[in-house]
Write a protein that binds this ligand. Structure first.
Ligand code: FMN
Length: 246
């Protein structure tokens, strides 16, 4: 089966962290936002907002808060994607219904919504030759991000995204084999040999890649990442903003 142009594009995705100084074209960002908004949204609640950060001083603060990620300052655009139940709550008030009560289900819907919106936007950007990278590092200091951006209650910054014209051409990172992630009828635990094979694939990738070459495999990189990023402030932050209270 021949791949469609969209599939070719999807399969060639890689994050971009080095950018040319060239800005996006006139109107390009607005179109990308519209492409993001075209994604499906739970019950049509459209529970997301995007804050475009243009001020260099604010970008610097965010880059530091995110653990020192200079591409946040250098990218043509830096966007903060928020799960946003603020307008949903306003709609409830306008319709004479009660306020949201912090149900976990609503928070999940909003977080899913913003992720779908962002990925649609990134793919649209990549289809125009732009590149980008998500920035989960903003969750290191979500209170500081919310303060910097003036986010009201019921609005949670979930991740950022750098966007711009790429100044690097990284290799595509091999994903797990389809058999590891596609289950038929019942969930099947992967066997150790599947982990071994994928670890070997990733070990070869990490050894060969041009920039940031290192000796590692998927299991060790993943274990290190999740141990190092527990962000224990997260539940308290979310609850203070009105998410996950019940
Ligand atoms: C929600 C999310 C948060 C991420 N946060 C960061 C980040 O803070 N900094 C970074 O350099 N990359 C970040 N990434 C990029 C991932 O590291 C990257 O997507 C992954 O290693 C796969 O590589 P690829 O996108 O090049 O295929 C993030 C990706 C996602 C989806």
């Amino acid at each position: 089966m021949k791949l469609s142009d969209t599939q070719e594009l999807q399969l060639s995705h890689r994050s971009v962290r080095r950018f040319q100084s060239r800005p996006l074209d006139e109107g390009q960002l607005e179109t990308l936002i519209r492409c993001g908004q075209a994604a499906a949204t739970s019950s049509f609640i459209q529970a997301y907002s995007v804050v475009r950060v243009t001020r260099p001083d604010v970008r610097s603060v965010i880059a530091e808060a995110a653990g020192g990620q200079p591409w946040i300052v250098a990218a043509a655009e830096f966007l903060v994607f928020c799960a946003d139940l603020n307008r949903v709550e306003r709609a409830c008030g306008r319709a004479g219904q009660g306020a949201l009560e912090g149900f976990a289900e609503h928070a999940v819907a909003a977080i899913v919504d913003v992720a779908l919106m962002a990925q649609n936007l990134l793919l649209a950007a990549e289809s125009q030759g732009l590149g980008g990278v998500y920035i989960g590092g903003i969750r290191n200091a979500p209170d500081a991000i919310a303060d910097q951006l003036g986010l009201p209650d019921q609005v949670v910054p979930v991740f950022g995204m750098c966007l711009g014209w790429p100044d690097e051409d990284n290799a595509v990172k091999p994903r797990q084999p389809v058999a590891m992630v596609l289950h038929q009828d019942r969930y099947r635990e992967c066997d150790e040999a599947e982990f071994d094979d994928y670890d070997a694939t990733m070990n070869a990738y990490y050894r060969q890649r041009g920039s940031n070459a290192r000796v590692a495999d998927w299991s060790s990189v993943t274990a290190r990442a999740v141990q190092g990023k527990k962000r224990e402030h997260m539940l308290g932050f979310l609850q203070a903003r009105g998410f996950f209270r019940r």
